[in-house]
Design a protein around this ligand. Sequence first.
Ligand SMILES: Nc1ncnc2c1ncn2[C@@H]1O[C@H](COP(=O)(O)OP(=O)(O)OP(=O)(O)O)[C@@H](O)[C@H]1O
Ligand SMILES: Nc1ncnc2c1ncn2[C@@H]1O[C@H](COP(=O)(O)OP(=O)(O)OP(=O)(O)O)[C@@H](O)[C@H]1O
Ligand SMILES: [Mg+2]
Ligand SMILES: [Mg+2]
Lengths: 250, 250
Amino acid sequence: MARVIAISNQKGGAGKTTTAVNLGARLAKFHKKRTLLMDMDPQAHCTLWSGINPGSFSVSIYHIITQNLPLKQCLIEAGENLFLAPADARLSRLRAQDVRLMKSPFLLTREEADSYDFTIIDCPPAMGLPTLFALASASELIIPVQTQFLALERTIELIKNLRVLRQKFNRRLRLGGIVCTMYDPRTNISREVVGRLQRLFGDKVFKTIIHRDVRLEECPAHRKSIFEYSPNSNAAKQYEEFTEEVLKSG
Amino acid sequence: MARVIAISNQKGGAGKTTTAVNLGARLAKFHKKRTLLMDMDPQAHCTLWSGINPGSFSVSIYHIITQNLPLKQCLIEAGENLFLAPADARLSRLRAQDVRLMKSPFLLTREEADSYDFTIIDCPPAMGLPTLFALASASELIIPVQTQFLALERTIELIKNLRVLRQKFNRRLRLGGIVCTMYDPRTNISREVVGRLQRLFGDKVFKTIIHRDVRLEECPAHRKSIFEYSPNSNAAKQYEEFTEEVLKSG
Ligand SMILES: Nc1ncnc2c1ncn2[C@@H]1O[C@H](COP(=O)(O)OP(=O)(O)OP(=O)(O)O)[C@@H](O)[C@H]1O
Ligand SMILES: Nc1ncnc2c1ncn2[C@@H]1O[C@H](COP(=O)(O)OP(=O)(O)OP(=O)(O)O)[C@@H](O)[C@H]1O
Ligand SMILES: [Mg+2]
Ligand SMILES: [Mg+2]
């Protein structure tokens, strides 16, 4: 049964792209799952991280949506078992009329989704059309939350509003979980934020907590996942454990 | 001469809100400038940081835009010489037809702007309507860039596209400058990013670099600016120097 997971949080800098890229890489390379990474962010950071220059391809997700093309026309092989549907800056220009022209409100058809074990959709930090497309197409939502005060307030509201999202966009969308990121055990604020999330959402909070690690800032510059860049780092172990949890929660 | 400064960067978590709130607080309290802080982010983090609960006011910027009300109907006094035009989540629902209904494409009229020494507009991490309103209304643009690889690529493009923004939205919009944030002198990546920005944009990069400091993560939880929360910290000194540079560049 194909799983389509949207990685979304309106808060900027929560670790969405870092989670999408590393989860995708681990599922594909280690767990040998056929994995599709869809980049719905006009910043195209997943695309950039995968080593693909935004100018080097002619068809992106923007064209699939606005010209009703089959998904495979934009796919790029990004590694063993890993395929990328690249983004470009035009995604920020999607308008409501583009949606009306689409054959179906989904980014990918049932058949397209079923030819992968996992589809991971990276979202921009906004509730605009790119994110709404992703939430309409996904069966699960994973929300990265950086363990900082500002990140908490709105995120709680987003999670509580999930019921409304489900009614308006997609009945089958379930909360896959909340993953705490950029955790710094030396600061009170990190511990307080994790505590509050666990009290509010219980086992919807992944047990694995991703700590702040400069290697996660460095690995995108080398176009590598954390596993290739620094396989023995804490960050690599944490994303390995997180991937195990995602596999078990299916 | 009234200065209207938009703080914007499509990249999430760049330090936009942190820069807007602390610049506003320093201009108002220390430099005794009459300052208006406009929160154009549907996350309403400036509003939250100022100690104002999103549910406690009935008129926000959303109403000013969609109902053509005068700006003063939403203003809240947020401290000595400091006024706040609060945001609410509905800002993410602004549509093109709301723009057509507005008397003028500006968030504030010339007279409204002239009754303040400084207007600081905090933007969301997206190029949607809230940000476009802010860029249309501002005379200057300050771009915070966190000194990390992913933050660099798109930001360079944004700065290079400023000419296009100026032609399409607002002829008088000039680049006030780029401020480097979350700098960690122990990492190569931080130094490399600063070096690249200085080579590309020269004196458009503010000399003051804001270093990573956990106190900047903590002060929003106490609804205080860095000057009230930890006046002798490096972060406070850096935002003081940054404010001096902004004053001199007018
Ligand atoms: N655990 C971590 N420790 C240290 N740095 C991290 C960690 N996770 C992500 N980063 C870095 O923090 C920055 C923000 O992460 P990322 O870009 O993944 O967030 P995002 O939510 O996708 O941002 P946006 O809202 O712009 O899409 C990046 O530079 C990334 O390299
Ligand atoms: N120099 C700094 N050192 C450490 N933490 C910082 C620094 N500047 C900002 N922060 C923290 O990093 C997070 C992101 O900052 P902030 O919210 O100001 O960015 P933003 O660009 O406004 O985010 P968004 O894209 O969601 O609007 C916040 O939790 C803030 O407290
Ligand atoms: Mg991202
Ligand atoms: Mg902000």
